[in-house]
Design a protein around this ligand. Structure first.
Ligand code: SF4
Length: 213
C-alpha cells in the first residue's frame, strides 16, 4: 500500500502527508490537475463518539507546520485557472486551527492571478469560539457541523472522553458560528439504533435554523 501511495505521489507531484500524522485526499479534474482536496489536519479529537470511524485507527498525531506549508504551496502552484477548494477535516479540525490559518495564508500568498480558492471545515462544533470568527469570516470558511439531532440522541452517542454528552458545547459553538454564518449547515448522523427517530431528529435541526444535509 505504502509503495502504491509513494508511486502515486511521485506521478502526480503529491506530498505524502500521511507521514506527518495528517493526510490529504484529492480529486483529479484532469491528469495532474487537482481542484478539490481534503486535508486531515489532525487525527486528534476532543470527543469520543461511540460510533467514531476513527476509533482504534486515528494516531492522535497532527500535521507538522512544514507539511502544511508544503501542501499549500504545492496546491496553489499546481492551480491553472478558475476555482479550487480545500476541505479541512480531522479528527477535530478546530484543534488545529492555527494550521488551518497557516494553509489559507500560504495559499493566498502563492496563488496565481485568475485562480480562486474556497475553504470549508467539518467540525463537531464544541470548540468554536468568538476568537475563531474573524478568520472564518475573512476567509469565508464554510463550516459544517456534525450532530445526531435533538439533545437526548446527541448526548447518547456524541460524548466526551469522560462519557459526558456534548450537546451543550455543540450548541454554544453553533451560536458562535451563527454570528458569521447565519445559515449553518449540519450533517445528521444516524445509526440502526436511531433511524426510527430520524424525522424527530431532523426536525430538531430545522428548529435550530440549520440547513439540512
Ligand atoms: S467528533 Fe468526529 S472524529 Fe471526533 S469522536 Fe466524534 S465522530 Fe470521531
Amino acid at each position: 500500500m505504502k509503495k502504491w501511495i509513494d508511486a502515486g505521489m511521485k506521478t502526480t507531484g503529491l506530498i505524502p502527508l500521511e507521514s506527518a500524522g495528517g493526510s490529504c485526499g484529492v480529486q483529479l479534474a484532469d491528469e495532474g490537475h487537482i481542484r478539490y482536496t481534503t486535508v486531515h489536519l489532525t487525527e486528534e479529537c476532543n470527543l469520543a463518539c461511540t460510533y467514531c470511524f476513527g476509533q482504534g485507527h486515528m494516531s492522535g498525531g497532527q500535521m507538522s507546520r512544514q507539511k502544511a506549508v508544503d501542501f499549500a504551496r504545492w496546491f496553489a502552484g499546481q492551480a491553472r485557472s478558475g476555482s479550487y477548494a480545500v476541505a479541512f477535516f480531522g479528527g477535530e479540525p478546530f484543534l488545529s486551527f492555527s494550521l488551518m490559518r497557516l494553509i489559507i495564508d500560504t495559499i493566498e500568498e502563492h496563488r496565481k492571478p485568475g485562480t480562486y480558492f474556497s475553504f470549508s471545515a467539518t467540525s463537531n462544533g464544541t470548540l468554536i469560539r468568538d476568537s475563531h470568527l474573524e478568520t472564518l469570516e475573512r476567509n469565508r470558511i464554510s463550516v459544517m457541523l456534525s450532530t445526531d439531532g435533538d439533545q437526548e440522541t446527541h448526548d447518547r452517542f456524541r460524548v466526551d472522553k469522560r462519557g459526558r454528552g456534548s450537546f451543550a458545547d455543540f450548541l454554544k459553538g453553533y451560536e458562535h458560528l451563527r454570528k458569521v454564518q447565519p445559515k449553518v449547515t449540519a450533517r445528521l448522523t444516524f445509526t440502526p439504533e436511531t433511524v426510527g427517530d430520524l424525522v424527530r431528529n431532523h426536525e430538531a435541526l430545522l428548529l435550530k435554523g440549520t440547513s439540512k444535509n
